[in-house]
Ligand binder design. Sequence first.
Ligand code: HEC
Ligand code: HEC
Length: 231
Amino acid sequence: MKPYLFAAIGASFFATSLAVHAADVPAVLQSKCASCHALTKPESNSLDRLWERKGPDLHYAGNKFNKEWLVEWLQDPAKIRPAGEFYRKHVKPGTKEDVVDESSLAPHPKLARKDAEAAANALMTLTDPDGLIEKGAFKDQKVAMSMGAMYFNKLRGCAACHSAVPGKGGLSGPEMATAGKRLQPDFIYSYIKDPQKIDKGVWMPKLDISDADLQKLTSYIVQLSAKEDKK
Ligand code: HEC
Ligand code: HEC
């Protein structure tokens, strides 16, 4: 490893550790996960932090994830972001359009079942004190899949960055085919409503979407993963 790179990693590790109030974070996460994930609200919320971070923020994990999904995924971590945490570092020009440079992406650490359960339990205790996620926002009214797909693909342009069907759609955002298993519906709703409130500086656009349309998009995403099961 080049010395300057090593120094940069060392420095950012130090900065992350300083921001974390160790007493509040379960030890299992502190020791194995804090080098890549923010486990408490970061003191600096600059764009640089977003560009440099090595993994998604987990300080509100208890209001974001479904626990059953965490236990399974931590043992067998399939890719969620096709081009990693920051896609611009992991795409290269292809013949027609940019393609993912797979060789630049490292696999996620894998945990044994017992450790995955401990980590999932610990993650569920990291809740969001700032009201980033609107509790009870999703009303669970089912949208027809064809209507949802029209909003997602055509009217709102979500497919430019997200794939609703594995292998199709954009590369710069998390895949949506299993998002209904991964994420709590109120988190999905809140993120679509105001992405920058949750992730300052993230390149997902804040659109002016009515509550009725937010319900449709959320319901569509929740139902996508039920569709995955039937395959
Ligand atoms: C070397 C850096 C690194 C370490 C160490 C690491 N992670 Fe990750 N983690 C990542 C990256 C990068 C992603 C994004 C993966 C993707 O999107 O495919 C990720 C994704 C996740 C996700 C899904 C987050 C989301 O918003 O989609 C969870 C949950 C998670 N990690 C938990 C953990 C836990 C628990 C530990 C410690 C046992 C850990 N990670 C250790 C880099 C790391
Ligand atoms: C310009 C690209 C872009 C567009 C367009 C876009 N998103 Fe995103 N989206 C992102 C990125 C980037 C993230 C967060 C990345 C991260 O957590 O690392 C994200 C996150 C999300 C999340 C949270 C997922 C998770 O695993 O944390 C949801 C839900 C979501 N987007 C839905 C939508 C919907 C619905 C639309 C259309 C209204 C949309 N997005 C349009 C780029 C985009």
